[in-house]
Design a protein around this ligand. Sequence first.
Ligand SMILES: [Zn+2]
Length: 440
Amino acid sequence: MSDERIVFRNANLIDGNGPARSGSSVAIRGERIEAVGPDADIQSEAGDHEISLGGLSLMPGMVQTHFHSHFGAFGDGVRAPSLGLEAAPPYLSMLAAKNAETALLCGFTGAIGSSNAHVIDVSLKEAIHAGFVRGPRFLAGSREIVTTGEYSDYANNRNFFMQLGETGLTFKADGPEGWRLATRIEAGRGCDVIKISAGPGHGSSPATDIIYPTPEELRACVDAAHTLGKKVRAHAPSRISILECARAGVDIIDHADRIDAECIEAILEAKSYVVPSMLWSERFLEFAESWDHDASPLPISEGFPETPTEARARIAGVRADFEYTCEAMAEAARAGVKMVVGDDFGTPIMPHGEYIPELELYVKRLGISPVDVIGWATRNGAELMGLGDEAGTIEAGRLADIVIVDGDPLVDIACLGDLDNLRAILLGGTWAKNLLEPNA
Ligand SMILES: [Zn+2]
């Protein structure tokens, strides 16, 4: 790379820390931001590559913190949950490479893996590092550690007769020593974030107030992971699972549908991050509540036959959870819980690439200001990746992970959802996309 600087002029700067500042310049040298300030304050140097943005917005790259790398084998059709058994592992790996590139080209310069099969996330991360797959900075997720007999124990729930053994996506463990061993195995394979199943619910089923692992199992997992420098993330929609996960020191609470004041206190104490991931619930309800259950069964089922009455009761439970979460999550955000963005993209009616409607939901349904939601997507996401001092804001010395957008996301956050509006994306000072200079 040459030593020539890229200098953006006349930007509407959204630095991740406050209101937009028009007439700003950002100078980039190598992989880092060298200087930021009003246009007049940033002096030109011989050899600068200057690009006038004419008032386009310049903001930090976003972080997709609940990234199921190989989901979406069926496209956006309506099917059962992804288990990592939908297609051969090589096919799923190629899908993961495609999804990683999609996320980057949607302005996500970071991603954190959730449950995945066949150690695909670790290979994906290594392929990105090696440079032959294009994707964001990435922390690899693990298989999902589950307990015997729970909802996600696909080998031993009502599918027991299939004799599935371990499904691709799940890893069964029982007892504190079992959970410690499972965590160490996943860590040893190179996973950065250990995913666990802590409680039922979210999206297509209500959050019954139970928890799957014991407090001892949770603590053994967290202790083993933290000792090895890894994080733990938990599927935790039910109140008791949120509470016990926070008390055990789980780093990332996924979904958190039934969060309440006691949970909030424990989460603040543990400094855990919450992934509200509410788009999947909203999309499911749109679909399920308009379905004629008497004519045919809902295609997004729990995998087992249910009567129309049972289906309606399940959907009503999801609706009650969703309405509750809209209030409770906004309250948690006001209380200072660190929120990040990410959802179950690649599951039915949620294709990879349609990431921005999730951010819109938080503005429209939770009443969070766009500047705060951008902060969740950028600053908080980078902090969660361990890059709190390195990325997530536009400041001198930070990595040049940058999105340039035609529109003002602080006025209309939806502008980020149109790929034509994303005029340029830089990852560590290198162009991932550049429509600013058609002949460059
Ligand atoms: Zn998920």
